[in-house]
Design a protein around this ligand. Structure first.
Ligand code: MOS
Length: 749
């Protein structure tokens, strides 16, 4: 090749922040050094429900270096109305306020904050508090809480109940083939590498800079202003690097409340860091029970789909998820019905965790689908194709695109599905039973109004900026590629700035919408810069681009603008800026769906899909399961960076392995606490658990779904993966386990 390959959308670029991260130069919330800083250590409640009767802090205050013990009795004034404490997610209920009053709502709730000149002094003193409680009856057992379950009120939230069609009950009653089962997912806790932490810099002039572990710096900025009485312009929130979050950073967590209270009280800088154990005292994926009833004709065509699910929430907030809609949307049954309720327990409020709703509902449904395939005597992949829906079967709308058929085909070919022997327990190697399973994944392709700026300097350096966060997903790299693509600059000449509330407006990073949304904003901002460059090119002697009236007439490549009709005529970007005497070009733009986007949202469904193929090997004597091979074929529209996108799917698949085999937070009914609140006993997959994972992105051109044709890949990798594993375990062993995770005890009988 004689030309340099253009680096842009579609180039597998390594992380631009990789060097910063592996050298430790990338700073996380707890690592910022600010002058004259106090260390705050939170004291957890020993009871799950009741009141604080008395706190004796005399011994704690004797510890050298301790300057204050903050409790509900001496904390500074804060906003009174619940409304002032609502965050971007606007969960119905009474938002939690750390040290708000004497009530205890969950075990581990921070009931005091010890402030000291050193972390060690604060931590030691925190162990010396003598707290007396008035204990009330509590329950954190999901099975018990089901007795109190209720349907969420439509008035109080944006929750949309599932849309029923046909007469699912009658169709089920008449169906010659029937399946009825109850499925369950255990409580899971978010365990990102980085624990929640806040370093708050008290500047002394009324302004604060808050280095916070969050998925949305502007969300935290607005929240702190509203709840603690700051003017928004006095609060700057920075989260330049986030060590994973998976949803735990969507809402401001209690450590940022405590740091802010303490800083206000002491008029000093404060750092509060959660321990790994304390990571189990706030958000978690709700526990779920779903009953599924499927009816089919003798050939295996679904005639009825009925799903009823309940998920756990706290007693003070109603966290809701879309659990039952996935099976109703994805398959062509003429009759379908769903119902959803939530059950309160005395824990912190459950929360979004990677693909909230779908990771649970679609996964459990796909186990039921597998069971039905065996009942119908149809190959599990064939069974899904037999019930394939070209449209969104629940809403009756077409998709902007749905390349799930291609995903099934390409995934099956790569996996070698046609060599599968249909009978359970029919494949064996040595002392291990071999099983092959398949499942489907489905997630929303969302877009959220986002702004970005682009600033080009006369030395050819470009800086793009947006308040969105890179929570480990690769946003820095993706936005660098979009900018490189639009202005034809090498990535080395581009800097992306993210994770700072002072940057152009962006929503919290979540829901797999960041690449599509901030990508579109960066492209628009770069196009505005490009238009100015084109005008500047007019000033170049001889006007080589004479005849170029719009961006359509030129290409940006290798730092130059080339005339499309005659590429020998070109102007360098730096050359144009110098000729026009422009030291800098800076533009800000907002990408929004607009009215047509809103109309199109209603007329068409926007989703990603995936087909997951899995091989397990099960040692029958030990009940040990190895996931030896997974192929995940993903249809997610246009892929900006195949390398970081693949990493997102790999991470999602590994998390799906955790859901299938390891992750489970166990309730101590008597104490009302989570028992295994550490990484020794709360198991996540380790390297030794991860063998071969293949990721395929099928071709899915979709200019309609979002401005860049991007659908997002942060979450689709986990959805359905645990079902593929559970289904492979059934194929290997003949044992159908309907409750995740499938731990060894469930396989040995
Ligand atoms: Mo995700 S659960 O939207 O961070």
């Amino acid at each position: 090749m004689d030309t340099v390959m253009k680096v842009g959308i579609g180039t597998p670029l390594s992380r631009v922040d990789g060097l910063e991260k592996v050298t430790g130069r990338a700073k996380y919330a707890a690592e910022y050094e600010v002058p004259d800083m106090l260390h705050g250590v939170a004291v957890p409640s020993a009871i799950a429900r009741g009141r604080i009767a008395a706190i004796d802090d005399r011994a704690a205050r004797q510890v050298p270096g301790v300057v204050e013990v903050l409790t509900h009795e001496n904390r500074p004034r804060e906003a009174w109305l619940d409304r002032s404490w609502k965050d971007e997610l606007k969960i119905p209920g009474e938002p939690f306020r750390a040290l708000g009053d004497d009530r205890v709502l969950f075990a581990g709730q921070p009931v005091a904050l010890v402030l000291a000149e050193s972390f060690e002094a604060a931590r030691h003193a925190a162990s010396l508090l003598d707290i007396r409680y008035e204990e009330e009856a509590h329950n954190i057992d999901f099975q018990v809480s089901l007795a109190e379950k209720f349907e969420p009120s439509k008035k109080r939230s944006s929750f949309h109940p599932p849309k029923n069609r046909g007469d699912a009950e009658a169709a089920f009653a008449e169906a010659p083939l029937k399946l009825e089962g109850e499925y369950h997912l255990a409580t899971e806790h978010h365990n990102p590498m980085e624990m929640h932490a806040t370093t708050l810099h008290w500047h002394g002039d009324g302004k604060i800079t808050v280095y916070d572990k969050t998925q949305g710096p502007q969300g935290v900025q607005a929240y702190l202003a509203s709840a603690f009485g700051f003017s928004k312009s006095d609060v700057r929130v920075v989260n330049a690097y986030v060590g994973g979050a998976f949803g735990s950073g969507l809402r401001p967590q209690w450590q940022v409340q405590l740091a802010t209270l303490a800083a206000k009280h002491m008029q000093r800088s404060v750092r509060v860091v959660m321990t790994r154990q304390q990571m189990f005292t706030h958000v978690h994926r709700p526990e779920c029970r779903m009953s599924v009833r499927l009816g089919a004709d003798v050939e295996g065509r679904l005639t009825s789909v009925i799903c009823d699910a309940t998920t756990s929430t706290s007693r003070f907030e109603d966290n809701m998820e879309d659990i039952v809609i996935w099976g109703m949307m994805n398959y062509a049954s003429p009759n379908a019905a769903g119902s959803y309720s939530i059950a309160p327990r005395d824990t912190y409020t459950s929360a979004d965790m990677r693909a909230p709703g779908a990771a649970t509902g679609m996964t459990l449904f796909e186990i039921a689908m597998d069971e039905m395939a065996y009942k119908a005597g149809v190959d599990p992949l064939e069974f899904r194709l037999l019930n394939y829906s070209e449209v969104d079967a629940m809403n009756g709308t077409p998709f902007t695109s749905k390349a799930l058929r291609e995903a099934y085909r390409e995934g099956a070919a790569r996996f070698g599905w046609d060599r599968r022997s249909p009978e359970p327990r029919s494949m064996r190697e040595g002392r291990e039973l071999v099983g092959w399973g398949v499942a489907t994944g489905m997630w929303d392709a969302m877009f959220s109004k986002t702004s970005a700026s682009a600033k080009l300097s006369a030395n050819g350096h470009l800086e793009v900026a947006c308040a969105t966060s890179d929570i480990g997903t690769g946003t820095y790299t993706v936005l660098t590629l979009v900018a490189a693509d639009t202005l034809g600059l090498p990535p080395e000449q581009i800097t992306a700035r993210l994770g700072d509330s002072s940057l152009p407006t962006a929503p919290v990073e979540g829901g797999s919408w960041a690449a599509a949304s901030s990508g579109a904003a960066v492209q628009l901002a770069c196009q505005s810069v490009a238009k100015k460059l084109l005008r500047a090119a007019d000033k170049v002697e001889g006007r080589p681009l004479n005849g170029a009236h719009s961006l359509d007439d030129v290409v940006f490549e290798g730092g130059r603008m080339l005339l499309k009709s005659d590429p020998t005529r070109s102007v360098g970007i730096v050359q144009a800026m110098q000729a026009a005497e422009l030291p800098v070009i800076e533009e800000e733009e907002t990408a929004s769906g607009g009215i047509s986007g809103m109309v199109s949202q209603m007329l068409k469904s926007r989703n990603t899909h995936s087909a997951i193929f899995c091989e397990v090997r099960v040692d029958e004597e030990l009940g040990q399961v190895r996931v030896t091979r997974i192929v995940n074929a993903v249809a997610a529209g246009r892929i900006i960076n195949p390398k970081t996108a693949r990493s997102q799917i790999l991470g999602g698949v590994v998390m799906g392995m955790g859901m299938a085999l390891h992750e489970e937070t166990l309730a101590d009914r008597k104490l009302g606490r989570w028992m295994n609140h550490n990484l020794a006993e709360y198991h996540v997959p380790a390297h030794a658990d991860v063998e071969q994972i293949d990721v395929i992105f099928v071709d899915e051109p979709d200019p309609e779904v979002t401005p860049l044709g991007v659908k997002g890949v942060g979450e689709i990798g986990i959805i359905g993966t645990a079902a593929a594993i559970a289904n492979a375990i059934f194929h290997a062993t003949g044992k159908r386990i309907r409750s995740l995770p499938i731990t060894i005890d469930k396989l040995i009988d």
